[in-house]
Design a protein around this ligand. Structure first.
Ligand code: GCU
Length: 619
């Protein structure tokens, strides 16, 4: 394969920084595409000094027009005289997908760069077909190379990115090298401090994706905002033949709509959904939606539902709903590592179902795509969030662009998922003008990308200096969100459990209140009196009292207690109790359900029965 002329190479080098490779076209519905999995064991080299990336003058090797050094060249010493101080072929291996921290105890605390390398063949089913290397995610910064060519740099540990490699690969024995660096930075998103483990690595699937020369790059098929009887469709083709006819069919029936894309490959339209069975938590109906262009076709399983707020009510398909939720980190406790597969999603959301949940908050960053797809199947409504967490650089335009890119990429990936009803733009951020401006921009970004869902954020409660039992919710940012969501830890960080019973609220906005966090720590199996911190009894007592207290808030419409499972955190260091784990889970590190699990399960079971009988009565 003739290498690309040098000039083009350097253009490709620095095309992208954060968000999907915007120089590269969209690549929607990737799991329905013809693809070759590049998962498996990859060689790796731990490179804390980035010796394979920078020369001794700290100049990046890949900035050279004709690079002669750098691990990305993936060279093999041709003979015994050659001095080469790295060799992937003889280096140890890690599993991909997977964080490196839970795969090798020596890497548990490692923050820095690790080089990943593997070779692959690039089969194509037609000579004019295109090939893309797709990553579900890599935390945090990824520099990607194929056959020694730099494809790009991606920032952000929780959203997909991909590069076109059509002209860079040969049929056999291609080299794919990725430098992943999970070092934390103050200007990053998230910033330096988080209460979750900074898992590093290629944490989600890697695929070699094949498409026709002109393919369906992106599409959105959803009910129009506020209309349960009209489906809106937007489609975008990419390739040499952008102007085509595209037919949209539901469940293999006759085409419901025919669109004609223009010279930019785009078209949009709508059709009646009069007889379409709607999706809801009780009836998670998914339809086979096929988009057939002249040169390509793709099928996705999509549910159709409306979601809106009316006063203090949240309506799904026009019916009031109470969100029986739980917060979830993207981690499998028994593995002590990042979750990434459909099986992991079934495990975590299966536990949520066992709790009688119809809602889950995926905290604090975009989880893998399987979570939303499994939630679609199980009938669990979702809150998805970007890691604008605690105190980030509100005045830094690069930080804002980074946050916007992560939000846009999340919406682009999950925009067709019926389960997703809330885009959350932040968690526990300090009230202030710069912060509120920053978050407003994210709200505008979300609404521009998708006007059919709700937007929110996990805000904080303001104490009343004159009355310790009086809590005030008046964050100025609350005027821009559809839900009023806030975290409260009364009875844990704020007083003892009996304080919960005395709490009274002043809530500034007449909006649905969804408590995004409450909870208490408990070491599974530790039993004592309800005033002993970290005992299961203490945690269960906080749950009982809090659920009673919240019921007094007239516009209370749901909650996502903190949290489904214990999770690793570098901030939780109480020996023999926390040992690097946040113990607020309802399920312990080894999968044990704690007493509070059953407290919440019972409460939600009752709520579900009430909802069922009232919807029966409404029929
Ligand atoms: C915070 C935060 C969580 C954290 C939790 C806790 O509210 O949002 O990320 O883990 O409290 O303190 O356990």
């Amino acid at each position: 394969m003739r290498p690309l002329p040098c000039f083009v190479v350097s253009l490709v080098c620095f095309a992208t920084v954060c968000g999907a490779a915007h120089a590269t076209p969209a690549l929607a519905n990737v799991y329905a595409r013809t693809s070759t999995s590049l998962n498996g064991t990859w060689h790796y080299i731990v490179d804390p000094y980035e010796n394979g990336y920078y020369d001794y003058r700290h100049q990046p090797f890949d900035a050279a027009a004709k690079p002669t050094a750098g691990y990305f060249l993936d060279r093999q010493p041709v003979d015994r005289t050659v001095l080469q101080e790295y060799d992937f072929a003889t280096s140890p291996t890690l599993s991909v997908p997977g964080d490196w921290n839970s795969q090798d105890p020596r890497l548990l605390y490692y923050e820095g760069s690790i080089w990943y390398e593997r070779h692959f063949d690039a089969p194509r089913h037609a000579a004019d077909h295109r090939l893309f290397v797709y990553f579900g995610a890599a935390n945090y910064r990824a520099d990607v190379y194929v056959n020694g060519h730099k494809l790009g740099t991606h920032l952000g540990g929780f959203t997909p990115f991909w590069y076109e490699v059509t002209s860079l690969v040969r049929d056999h024995d291609n080299s794919l090298v990725v430098k992943v660096d999970n070092k934390r930075h103050v200007e990053a998103v998230p910033t330096l401090n988080t209460d979750w483990w900074n898992y590093g690595g290629i944490t989600r699937d890697v695929l070699l994706v094949e498409t026709p020369a002109t393919y369906i790059a992106d599409f959105r098929v959803q009910l129009q905002k506020g209309h349960a009887d009209r489906v809106g469709v937007t489609v975008a083709l990419d390739g040499a033949r952008p102007a085509q006819t595209v037919q949209i069919a539901i469940d293999d029936a006759a085409p419901a709509l025919e669109l004609h894309t223009g010279p930019d490959g785009r078209a949009s339209g709508e059709f009646s959904a009069a007889n379409l069975a709607l999706w809801s938590p009780d009836h998670p109906v998914l339809h086979r939606v096929t988009l057939a262009a002249e040169t390509d076709r793709t099928t996705d399983r999509i549910g159709f539902r409306t979601v809106e707020v009316r006063g203090a009510d949240i309506l799904v398909n026009g019916r009031p709903v109470f969100l029986r939720g739980i917060s979830i980190h993207e981690e499998v406790p028994m593995r002590g590592g990042r979750a990434y597969s459909k099986e992991d999603a079934r495990l975590l959301l299966g536990w949520a179902k066992e709790l009688n949940c119809n809602f889950a908050r995926l905290a604090h960053y975009p989880h893998n795509e399987f979570m939303a797809r499994v939630a679609d199947e199980l009938g669990i409504l979702l809150w998805e969030e970007v890691p604008v967490y605690w105190t980030i650089q509100w005045e830094n335009p690069d930080t804002l662009r980074n946050a916007q890119a992560q939000l846009s990429d999340l919406i682009a990936r999950d925009g067709n998922r019926a389960s997703v009803i809330v885009w959350s733009v932040a968690n526990e951020t300090p009230v202030g003008d710069a912060r509120t401006r920053f978050l407003r921009t994210l709200v505008d970004t979300a609404r521009a990308a998708d006007n059919t869902r709700l937007v929110s954020a996990a805000m904080e409660v303001r104490p009343d200096p004159a009355d310790a039992d009086h809590k005030i919710v008046d964050d100025p940012f609350g005027q821009y969100t559809d839900l009023l969501s806030f975290n409260e830890y009364i009875g844990w960080y704020d007083g003892l459990p009996d304080k919960i019973d005395r709490i009274h609220w002043t809530i500034k906005y007449d909006k649905p209140v969804v408590i995004s966090e409450f909870g208490a720590g408990a070491l599974q199996g530790w039993h004592a009196d309800p005033l002993t911190r970290f005992s299961e009894e203490y945690q269960a007592d906080v749950y009982r009292r809090t659920l009673t207290m919240l019921a007094k808030i007239p516009q209370w419409r749901g909650c996502t207690p903190w949290i489904l499972c214990d999770f690793r955190s570098p901030r939780r260091l109480l020996a023999n109790v926390q040992d690097g784990w946040n113990r607020k889970g309802l399920i312990g590190e080894n999968g044990t359900r704690k007493e509070a699990f059953f407290t919440l399960q019972k409460f939600y079971g009752e709520k579900a029965r009430q909802a069922h009988s009232s919807s029966e009565a409404a029929k």
